[in-house]
Design a protein. Structure first.
Length: 344
């Protein structure tokens, strides 16, 4: 059953199941919480349960309606996502036109808006009009990883459904359900900081590749000589999701290095690289590591604010270079190359 497959979000599931059981659906719900914790997945399960032809209060995953929703071709269910870096007013107007038609296969039309924190001001104003006077037989599911970025007028007109970070055991369960072996699942779950955008074996490989990229950045910055931050920043500045992932791994490496300085036996996020990180930590003073960690965390908060990723990484690399340069002796220490994970 659909709701049983949702891991770690019991409170959200209870709220949605209660709404279905009482047949008292709000016209709009706002699924909010950290990225990568299952908000979109839960929204789809909720819609399947609402439209399922055979299983009351849940989804059978086998009827025509359930299969169409999974395939993304149900006539009465539409998923809207940002185009490039924003959700534009043209997308909201197209949604409004669709809501003007009667449902085709069901008694209700459902719109899922993923990433609605990226609404442009005109698009947000247009959406507000729909929320103020929602057409009958419609359901709006708004999904955001940053509720504070939405206008309060929009938030106040939605039923709020909070989501929380996942624990490492919960992340392991999700990955293993997707066929990832237990060793790789445990490593990725440890590194994921309660988020899990990655749900397939191929994506797990991308996560491990991103970690290697983050280590190589730290390695290049620590070498100081011959390092060109502007060229490196141009290479690193990709899609917003890639930048977020890279900054997250850099923060985890700085956290592990800091812990090795103050508590050598502490549990590390990158536990399979303890030897390499211990060697590197011996040559880095504590203060530059703390400064680097604070800087990375600040830039992670700036990234969703439509800041140019290349400029962000230029600032990061220059300041990391300046901070870590303080630790170098005439005999420069170079970080050891990243060892291959036993589970990679």
């Amino acid at each position: 059953m659909a709701f049983r497959n949702i891991v770690g979000q019991d409170h959200a599931v209870r709220m949605l199941h209660k709404a279905l059981a009482g047949a008292r659906l709000a016209h709009a719900y706002l699924f909010y919480g950290p990225s990568g914790v299952g908000k979109k997945y839960t929204a789809l399960q909720f819609v399947k349960a609402l439209y399922c032809l055979t299983s009351p209060l849940d989804a059978c995953d086998t009827c025509t309606s359930c299969r169409k929703i999974v395939a993304g071709n149900h006539a009465d269910v539409t998923l809207i996502a940002p185009e490039d870096t924003s959700m534009k007013i043209e997308q909201v107007r197209a949604m409004q036109r669709q809501l003007g038609y009667k449902p085709y296969e069901n008694q209700r039309t459902t719109i899922i808006m993923d990433g609605c924190e990226l609404l442009t001001p005109p698009a947000a104003n247009a959406l507000l009009k729909t929320l103020e006077e929602p057409p009958s037989n419609t359901l709006l599911l708004l999904i955001t990883g940053n509720k504070e970025a939405l206008p309060l007028t929009i938030v106040s007109r939605c039923q709020l459904v909070p989501f929380r970070l996942l624990t490492s055991p919960q992340l392991c369960i999700i990955l293993e359900q997707q066929g990832v072996d237990s060793g790789r699942a445990a490593l990725v779950a440890t590194l994921a900081e309660g988020h899990l955008e990655q749900l397939s074996e191929a994506d797990v490989s991308q996560v491990l590749a991103a970690r290697q990229c983050a280590y190589e950045v730290l390695q290049d910055v620590s070498q100081v000589r011959g390092f060109t931050p502007f060229l490196q920043a141009r290479k690193l500045a990709g899609k917003r999701e890639q930048c977020e992932r890279l900054l997250r791994w850099l923060a985890l490496f700085c956290r592990d290095l800091t812990m090795l300085k103050i508590a050598p036996n502490a549990t590390l996020y990158n536990h399979d690289l303890r030897c390499e990180l211990t060697s590197l930590a011996q040559h880095l003073p504590l203060e530059p590591l703390l400064d680097a960690f604070d800087l990375i965390q600040q830039l992670r908060t700036y990234l969703p604010m439509h800041i140019n990723p290349q400029l962000l990484f230029e600032q990061l690399l220059i300041q990391l270079q300046q901070a870590l340069a303080l630790s170098h002796t005439p005999h420069q220490h170079q970080p050891p190359p990243l060892a291959r994970s036993p589970h990679a």
